[in-house]
Design a binder for this molecule. Structure first.
Ligand SMILES: C[S@@+](CC[C@H](N)C(=O)[O-])C[C@H]1O[C@@H](n2cnc3c(N)ncnc32)[C@H](O)[C@@H]1O
Length: 171
């Protein structure tokens, strides 16, 4: 993440924070002046806060218990000039384990397109299944621009990929 994101972005917004694994790593990295973590489930966010305290970064994360689609779209909540968005969404729907190529249009409960639509005012990083359809990811690139896709491997095998998508310039 640190190497792939424009240095002028000083805030990272983790829009599907879950139990905090990624948010805690961002806070520990020292790369970000501010980490904002959004999670809609109150019991899960409580768990994330506890995990952050265990890792000594409780005071380095701003927790938002809300629906990320509501929060991100509300004027003034996110400064898109200085923020980048990280999304580790649920990978539900048909095919995640069995299909050779994972269909990002039928990912549940949100398609990659739907998530990107929310984030596209700034550059964003989407954490997706390693078998995700690269043609669907390529379609998220702004006109004339490119998406960078990084496979994250452990012990010689990819665990997931991250698609780094530049901001869509408003006309
Ligand atoms: C795959 S998990 C994220 C795991 C996380 N990256 C971690 O390291 O623990 C997805 C999370 O997104 C949350 N979520 C789903 N829809 C959401 C929404 N609309 N707004 C905010 N959080 C949401 C779920 O409750 C779940 O905890």
């Amino acid at each position: 993440m640190a190497a792939s994101i424009d240095p002028s972005k000083t805030t990272i917004v983790d829009i599907f924070a879950g139990a905090g694994g990624n948010s805690i790593a961002f806070a520990r990295s020292g790369r970000w002046e501010k980490v904002i973590s959004i999670e809609k489930d109150p019991s899960v966010i409580a768990c994330a806060k506890n995990n952050a305290a265990i890792y000594g970064v409780a005071d380095k994360i701003t927790w938002i218990n809300d629906d990320c689609f509501d929060f991100v779209s509300k004027d003034g909540n996110i400064d898109f000039n200085t923020s980048t968005i990280f999304a580790s969404p649920p990978w539900g729907g048909p095919g995640y384990r069995g299909d050779e190529i994972f269909n990002l249009d039928t990912m549940q409960p949100y398609s990659a397109k739907q998530i990107h639509e929310m984030c596209k005012s700034t550059e964003c990083a989407l954490f997706l299944p390693r078998t995700s359809d690269l043609r669907q990811i390529a379609k998220l690139a702004p006109e004339g621009d490119k998406v960078e896709v990084v496979q994250y491997c452990m012990e010689g095998a990819s665990k997931a990929l991250v698609a780094y998508i530049p901001a869509t310039q408003s006309s």
